[in-house]
Design a protein around this ligand. Sequence first.
Ligand code: HEM
Length: 229
Amino acid sequence: MLAPVKTSIGKKAIMGVTGVLLVLFVLGHMTGNLLIFAGRDAINEYARFLHEAGHGALIWVARLGLLAVFVTHMSLAFILRAENRMARPVRYVVEDTVQASWASRNMMLTGIVMLLFLIYHIAHFTLGATDPATFKGAFEPRGEQKLEDVYQMVVKGFQQPVVAGLYLLAQLALCVHLWHGAGSWMQSLGLNRGKLRQTSRLVGPVIALAVLAGNTLIVLACLLGIVTV
Ligand code: HEM
């Protein structure tokens, strides 16, 4: 095994670095998706750019990189949890976790909800398996353009209350996960002392609320008919 992975401090550091990369992805993905408010062409052109960059090779590099980061982050969470349990097989009668927030004590739960959401989300918007009737290729091409219609897929998807409800629930779980996780890397790197103390406490909640606001805005705008096809 690689040296840093052997110690629990090393594992926590790798979790921190992979966590930051995932936060950057979530922020970038949300910013791109907010283009839905700029209209059909804006988001469709953006999706086409992502798919065609580097003759379609770049998206595969990004996909594989993201998958590796996600699997590393998740595996280390399970390994660290197992190691903690082995070090302390009998749980305390009275847990001394008064200082720890609900968000920090439930990272495994919200993380597993995110994993389930991601499986559903990729089946929905990348593979078109859960809702083939609204998948991007299912629509008539407009004029001469054979553009895959991501705009229409997203709007028609979220017009369905059950689908919108699932996404909204997942955004709540993501918000709770980021509330603790999006700032805890600063603690791992020792950046939570002195002048940075206050900032390090705010980073997680600020990112969590920004992502919740941006993503729920997209879902609600489609569900409530503010954005239409
Ligand atoms: C309301 C919120 C969201 C919307 C509207 C949305 C929208 C989309 C769309 C339209 C695609 C397909 C893009 C394409 O094929 O051109 C996609 C793919 C994807 N989304 Fe989201 N997404 C949302 C939230 C999230 C969140 C919270 C995560 C991660 C935690 C996420 C992770 C992914 C991943 C990994 C893919 C697959 C990318 C690929 O390889 O094609 N999404 N999303």
